[in-house]
Design a protein around this ligand. Structure first.
Ligand SMILES: [Zn+2]
Length: 296
């Protein structure tokens, strides 16, 4: 058998809410497999398994990105270490947790390679934003001394931008072609097939939630769903496990600007999905699950 592979498709700010007029997931067509509701059974495409996953991690307050993402990418309960949920970008304490426990570092130490963070970075990011705005994912890649994918990689189909269509890059004057959701999905699928572990990060969902922008949700969610379906169509689910998860709820309730306390959907497709689903309760279970899938 071929070496097993994993993709972690991380979506910022996607929770499991209730069916009402404030939940775009309940009011937009063609967004399978993104829409899940409390106390409702989900029938998932490609026989996926849904695990409603706790993002609060036993710490009071609304779950936040820096601590949630650190937890997902390390398997360490970061809010518990800090005593609170941390917004935005990791502070030094969280950077230290990631430097020691990054999933990329754990895989490297086990000699499970090659691995990839599929998101493309711009030169401008490293020139101007890097020191102030260093995401948990950026720290996780650096912990294993891996290289970042840049715009030339994107042009060659070897990276995907966080918005996946490249519209945000074009707006900033960077000369790249606009991709359809399906084209971006095919590119990501190719990367998944040529690496052991691939991470992709998408955070416009969280931005839409903070802006409470129903119209944007209406335009964006069907594309995001199509991108995910295209990846699923173009990878070998006999040998690959596709894990989708989020750091906290947000977009599922546009009546509030804040994150929600809702559970997040962890969805698992492909190889060993049922086995893995049994071991996931909260965000700290994601990294151990990935390691167990890839370890001999
Ligand atoms: Zn947020």
């Amino acid at each position: 058998m071929q070496n097993p592979k994993v993709i972690l498709y991380f979506i910022d700010g996607l929770g499991i809410g209730t069916r009402n007029e404030n939940n775009p997931l309940a009011n937009i067509e063609n967004i399978e497999p993104l829409a899940h509701f409390q106390n409702e059974k989900s029938n998932l495409i490609y026989d996926g398994v849904l695990v409603p996953t706790d993002a609060c991690l036993g710490v009071e307050g609304r779950p936040q990105s820096a601590s949630g993402q650190t937890t997902i990418l390390t398997g360490i309960n970061a809010p518990q270490i800090l005593g609170h949920h941390k917004q935005g970008f990791p502070n030094q304490k969280l950077r230290d947790v990631i430097a020691e426990n990054s999933i990329f570092l754990q895989l490297k130490n086990l000699k499970i390679e090659p691995n990839l963070f599929a998101n493309a970075y711009t030169k401008q990011y490293f020139e101007t934003h890097y020191l102030r705005w260093k995401s948990a994912t950026t720290c996780a890649v650096e912990a294993a001394e891996m290289s970042f994918r840049m715009i030339p990689d994107l042009l060659g189909g070897f990276a995907v931008f966080h918005d996946f269509t490249n519209e945000f890059l074009r707006e900033r004057g960077i000369d790249v072609p606009i991709l359809s959701a399906a084209e971006a999905g095919k590119n990501l699928a190719k990367l998944v097939e040529s690496n052991r572990f691939t991470l992709y990060e998408h955070f416009l969902t969280d931005k839409i939630g903070h802006e409470q922008d129903f119209e944007w949700a209406k335009r964006h969610l069907p594309d995001l769903a199509e991108m995910i379906r295209t990846v699923l169509q173009n990878i070998n689910l006999e040998t690959t496990t596709f894990i989708l998860t989020s750091d906290h709820g947000n977009i599922e309730d546009l009546s509030v600007r804040n994150h929600t306390l809702n559970k997040v959907p962890t969805i698992i497709w492909g190889r060993k999905r049922h086995e893995i689903a049994k071991n996931i309760n909260d965000l700290s279970d994601i990294t151990p699950a990935i390691i167990s899938l890839l370890k001999k």
